[in-house]
Write a protein that binds this ligand. Structure first.
Ligand SMILES: Nc1nc2c(c(=O)[nH]1)N[C@H]1C(S)=C(S)[C@@H](COP(=O)(O)O)O[C@H]1N2
Ligand SMILES: [Mo]
Length: 552
C-alpha cells in the first residue's frame, strides 16, 4: 500500500520533471553533471588524450565488457563531425573491396564507421591484448558492433577513432544497422536510467526504503546486452561438465520434478554507489550508479543443489570447485554473459542458491531473466546469471570476462597501467553497506528534528544488527529502528530497512551532514570515507553514506 502510494507520487513528480528539462533529474543529477564537467577527462579526445586518461586506454584495450570495440565505438550520435572544419576539403575515397583487403598487421587493419574509413593498425599494436575484439571488425564496418555496445560516454571514443581516419567510403555509408535493442521490454519511466542500450537503471531512492520487497517493475536493471527473447515452451536448461551426467531440463520439468523453494533476497550490483568514488576527485570507470542498483524480491524456483544432485554431482567431489552459469544473452560474436560461484555455495543446503522462475509471485520479467535465472543470495548481483542457458560443473572458474577481468577490487595504488587481474579473487560476498534514501541530497529541513530512512545490507548472509545515524557528520550517533524479515543467522539474504527521527542541534541553521553506517551480525561495519577504498572499477563502495542538507 505504502509503496504504491509512494509510486504514484513519484511518477507524478518525475513526469513533471520531464516536462521541464531545466530541472530534469533534480539536484543530484545537477550535482553529477557539475562533477562530470569538472572531471579531468572531459576534454579527452584523440590518442594524446587517451594517454592522459588511462581508463580510456583500458577500455580501448578491451577491458570493458570484454569488448575492445566499445572504445573506438559508439552509439547513435554522429562521428566527431565537430572536427569537420579541420578536415581536408576532399577526403580520399576507398571502396568496400579495398577496405576488405586490410585485415592484418601485414596489410594494415582498416575499419569503417558510417562513411569514414580508418586505419587502426597503430591502435591495435598499442593495445595488443585488448584489441582482439576490434579485429572482429577488421576489413569491414564497425557499426554493427557499436549498435550492440552503445556506451553513454562515446564522444571521447569517437574522437579517438577520428585520429585514425584515412578517408571516406565510396558510395557513402552502408545501410543503417538493425538495432539489436529493437525488442526491449517496456519499462517504467520512474526508473533512473544510467544507460539505455543496454538497459541499466536504478530504483528511485524514494521508493527503495518504502517496502522490504521491491515491486518487479521498479527492481533495478543491470543488463550487459540486449534482452534475449526466449520461447518458454522450447526452453531447455543444460547441465554438463565434470562429475555430472549431461542433462536437459524443460521449464515444465523444473517446475514439476523438483521441490519448490522460496527465499527473500537482496541483489546488489558490485558498482552500487560507484559515483561516490568519482566525487573523491579520482574518476573510476563504469556506469555512474548512485545507491539505487540494489533491490529485494521474493524469488521462487528450485534449489541449484537439487538440480546438481539430480545430475549426479556428489558432495565434496574433489574435481569440481566451481559452478559456472551461462546466459542466453549473446553479443555479435556469439559470446554470452557468464559467471561462476564456488561449488560449496552452490551445493550447501544452507546456501539457498535458487534457479528461479518466479519473482514476487509472478513469472520472471523479461529484464530479470525470463524464463529462468540463478539467484545467488548474499553474493554480488553479477553472479546471479539471468536467462540461464547452461550450468557447467568445473574445476575452473568461468572463463568469462566478467569473472576474470571485471568485478574485482584492488587497492587505491592499483590503476589501469599496473593492474594484474589474476592477482585478486572474483568478488562473491560483498561488504556491509547502507544508504540514506530520505531525505534527498540537498533537501531543506525546516524543523528541530529530522526523519531519516534507508536500507542496510551485508553479503554472505550476514544479517544487519544495527544502523547508527548522525546529524552532525558523525560526531554524535543515534540508533535507527530496523525493519527486517525473519531470517536465520548466517542466512540473512534480505536487507533491513531502517528509520530514525533525530534532533537537530538547537537553534542551528545552515548546512548539515546526515550520516549512516550499518553493522552486520559478524560485527563488521563500514569505513568512514570512500577515498581509502577507491579502486579502479569503482566496486564495493561501502563507506558511511553522507547526505548534505540545509536546515532553515
Ligand atoms: N545473463 C545475464 N545475467 C546477468 C547480467 C547480464 O547482463 N546478463 N547482469 C548481472 C549483473 S552485473 C547484475 S548486478 C544482476 C542484475 O540483476 P537484475 O537486472 O535482475 O537487477 O544480473 C546479473 N546477471
Ligand atoms: Mo552488477
Amino acid at each position: 500500500m505504502r509503496a504504491s502510494r509512494a509510486l504514484a507520487g513519484l511518477l507524478a513528480r518525475r513526469l513533471a520533471r520531464q516536462a521541464n528539462p531545466a530541472t530534469e533529474g533534480g539536484a543530484l543529477a545537477q550535482l553529477q553533471r557539475g562533477l562530470a564537467t569538472q572531471g579531468p577527462f572531459t576534454r579527452a579526445g584523440g590518442a594524446a588524450a587517451a594517454a592522459r586518461a588511462p581508463w580510456l586506454v583500458a577500455v580501448a584495450a578491451g577491458l570493458s565488457a570484454g569488448l575492445g570495440l566499445q572504445l573506438v565505438g559508439g552509439g547513435s550520435g554522429e562521428p566527431a563531425e565537430c572536427k569537420a572544419a579541420e578536415k581536408p576539403a576532399k577526403l580520399k575515397e576507398f571502396d568496400k573491396d579495398e577496405v576488405a583487403k586490410h585485415r592484418s598487421k601485414e596489410t594494415g587493419i582498416w575499419v569503417t564507421y558510417k562513411d569514414g574509413v580508418y586505419d587502426v593498425t597503430k591502435f591495435v599494436e598499442q593495445h595488443p591484448g585488448g584489441a582482439q575484439r576490434l579485429m572482429l571488425a577488421a576489413g569491414g564496418a564497425i557499426d554493427p558492433f557499436w549498435a550492440m555496445y552503445q556506451q553513454h560516454n562515446n564522444e571521447q571514443v569517437k574522437g579517438i577513432l577520428e585520429e585514425y581516419r584515412i578517408g571516406r567510403l565510396k558510395g557513402g555509408a552502408a545501410a543503417p544497422v538493425a538495432d539489436p535493442y529493437a525488442n526491449e521490454p517496456q519499462r517504467l519511466p520512474a526508473l533512473i536510467v544510467r544507460s539505455q542500450k543496454p538497459m541499466n537503471s536504478e530504483t528511485p531512492m524514494e521508493l527503495l526504503a518504502a517496502s522490504i520487497v521491491t515491486p518487479n517493475e521498479l527492481f533495478y536493471v543491470r543488463n550487459h546486452l540486449p534482452v534475449p527473447q526466449v520461447d518458454p515452451a522450447a526452453y531447455r536448461l543444460r547441465i554438463e561438465g565434470e562429475g555430472v551426467r549431461s542433462l536437459e531440463l524443460s521449464l515444465e520439468e523444473l517446475k514439476t520434478k523438483f521441490k519448490r523453494h522460496t527465499i527473500t533476497a537482496t541483489l546488489q550490483c558490485t558498482g552500487n554507489r560507484r559515483n561516490e568514488f568519482n566525487r573523491t576527485g579520482r574518476v573510476v570507470k563504469g556506469l555512474e550508479w548512485e545507491g539505487g542498483s540494489i533491490s529485494t524480491a521474493v524469488f521462487t524456483g528450485v534449489r541449484l543443489r537439487d538440480v546438481l544432485l539430480a545430475a549426479g554431482l556428489e558432495d565434496d567431489d574433489p574435481e569440481v570447485q566451481h559452478i559456472q552459469f551461462e546466459g542466453l544473452d549473446a553479443d555479435m560474436a556469439g559470446a554470452t554473459y557468464g559467471a561462476s560461484i564456488e561449488v560449496d555455495k552452490a551445493m550447501s543446503p544452507h546456501g539457498d542458491v535458487l534457479l528461479a522462475y518466479e519473482m514476487n509471485s509472478a513469472p520472471l520479467p523479461a529484464d530479470h531473466g525470463f524464463p529462468l535465472r540463478a539467484v545467488v543470495p548474499g553474493v554480488a548481483g553479477c553472479r546471479s546469471v539471468k536467462w540461464l542457458g547452461k550450468i557447467v560443473a568445473s574445476s575452473e572458474e568461468s572463463h568469462s570476462f566478467w569473472q576474470r577481468r571485471d568485478y574485482k577490487a584492488f587497492g587505491p595504488n592499483t590503476d589501469w597501467d599496473n593492474v594484474d587481474w589474476d592477482a585478486a579473487p572474483a568478488i562473491q560476498a560483498m561488504p556491509v553497506t547502507s544508504q540514506i534514501c530520505e531525505p534527498a541530497v540537498g533537501a531543506v529541513v525546516e524543523d528541530d528534528e529530522v526523519t531519516i530512512k534507508g536500507y542496510a545490507w551485508s553479503g554472505g548472509g550476514q544479517g544487519i544488527i544495527r544502523v547508527d545515524v548522525s546529524a552532525d557528520g558523525g560526531k554524535t550517533w543515534h540508533n535507527a529502528e530496523l525493519q527486517k524479515v525473519p531470517q536465520k543467522r548466517g542466512r540473512g539474504w534480505a536487507w533491513a530497512l531502517w528509520q530514525a527521527t533525530i534532533p537537530l542541534p538547537k537553534g542551528f541553521t545552515g548546512q548539515l551532514e546526515l550520516v549512516c553506517k550499518a553493522t552486520d551480525e559478524n560485527y563488521n561495519t563500514q569505513p568512514e570515507n570512500a577515498a581509502p577504498i577507491w579502486n579502479l572499477r569503482g566496486v564495493n563502495c561501502n563507506s558511511w553514506h553522507r547526505v548534505p542538507v540545509t536546515v532553515q
